[in-house]
Ligand binder design. Structure first.
Ligand code: NAP
Length: 305
């Protein structure tokens, strides 16, 4: 595919000051020798930002914008304003990429594929889905991660501080057929079924230890923002719980690159990785959807390392 003229790309979210996306997409443009820019559209949460959102989407439908990324807090809330969703965006219930296809505004989610690509890059053949994955959090990113893991045949256990949110996630992903009867959800588990951050009952260490030993996860994924800048001293891992031996730990947080969770997991002897690779991979996929061209992943890495 040839890309003629200037590409007009951008990001919808709020706030956006700390976003790495402009660097990633600028690197993609430069490395492919394309002209264009990647602008930030700071849209307050709906309903406040609704008029601005509608304007921006109309601009895109008219062909005056070639591609948009979507981040917090709009990943789910702008879905009703779109014309269609890809199967993965529909299943996940969140979009991070918008494109125009045949005049229609389509929402896509590249987080799930980005997560899988990075886990594969990091641990590839050494990972087994014969033991479950434990996902912390049940928001938009957790939905993408759970969807990705289910498609790859994992059994997934979701722990969230709100049991109802974990239940909703599992109920809504289940009709895909990817989640079978055996998929367990936080609410279906014996206590501790919630993330109790910063609190611990006197017997909690024993309970967590027994529970984790029985679960024996091969992978632990943090899909909460806990540990992210500026609250870098926080960890989503329950303070009294031992790290499950033999597990790998993936933290979607990438700022800072070494979160407290990763530091402590590594100190306990576990392979651990931050979410910068997922960010790079989801960006590369979005760029490919907009242009038909695959940017060199190495150039994107260099832009954010
Ligand atoms: P979200 O939709 O707001 O969901 C966040 C989840 O974390 C919710 O379940 C939330 O529970 C839970 N949570 C928040 N604060 C918590 C706390 N103090 N203790 C326990 N649970 C807490 O956000 P998201 O879009 O899923 O993003 C989550 C994280 O993933 C963010 O740090 C984001 O930057 C990162 N992310 C990284 C990538 C990547 O490419 N590496 C991609 C997407 C997202 P409540 O609803 O109860 O607050």
């Amino acid at each position: 595919m040839t890309v003629a003229g200037e590409l007009r790309l951008g990001l919808i979210g709020f706030p956006l000051e700390h976003s790495f996306s402009p660097r990633l997409h600028q690197a993609a443009l430069t490395s492919l020798g394309l002209r264009g820019d990647y602008r930030l559209y700071a849209l307050p949460p709906l309903p406040e930002g609704e008029a601005q959102m509608r304007d921006l989407l109309s601009t895109m439908r008219r062909g005056e914008l070639d591609g948009l990324n979507v981040t917090i807090p709009h990943k789910a809330s702008l879905i009703p304003y779109l014309d269609d969703l890809s199967p993965s965006a529909r299943a996940i219930g969140a979009v991070n990429t918008l494109l125009v296809r045949d005049g229609a505004l389509l929402g896509e989610n590249t987080d799930a594929a980005g997560f899988l690509a990075d886990v594969q890059r990091l641990w590839g053949e050494r990972m087994t889905n014969e033991r479950p994955a434990l996902v912390l959090g049940a928001g938009g990113a957790a939905r993408a991660v759970v969807y990705a893991l289910l498609l790859k045949g994992w059994q997934v256990v979701v722990l969230a501080r709100r049991n109802s949110q974990a239940h909703d996630l599992c109920r809504e992903l289940d009709p895909l057929g990817a989640a079978g009867e055996s998929t367990r959800v936080g609410g279906a588990l014996a206590a501790p079924a919630h993330l109790h951050l910063g609190t611990s009952a006197p017997d909690e260490a024993r309970r967590w230890g027994e529970w984790l030993e029985a679960l024996n996860p091969a992978l632990v994924v943090n899909a909460t923002p806990v540990g992210m800048f500026p609250r870098v001293d926080a960890s989503p891992w329950p303070p009294q719980a031992p790290f499950p031996q033999g597990a790998r730990v993936y933290d979607l947080v990438y700022n800072p690159p070494q979160t407290r969770l990763l530091r402590e997991a590594e100190a306990a002897g576990l392979p651990a990785a931050h979410g910068l690779g997922m960010l790079v991979e989801q960006a590369a996929r979005a760029f490919h959807l907009w242009t038909g061209l695959r940017p060199p992943v190495q150039a994107l890495w260099e832009a954010v390392s």
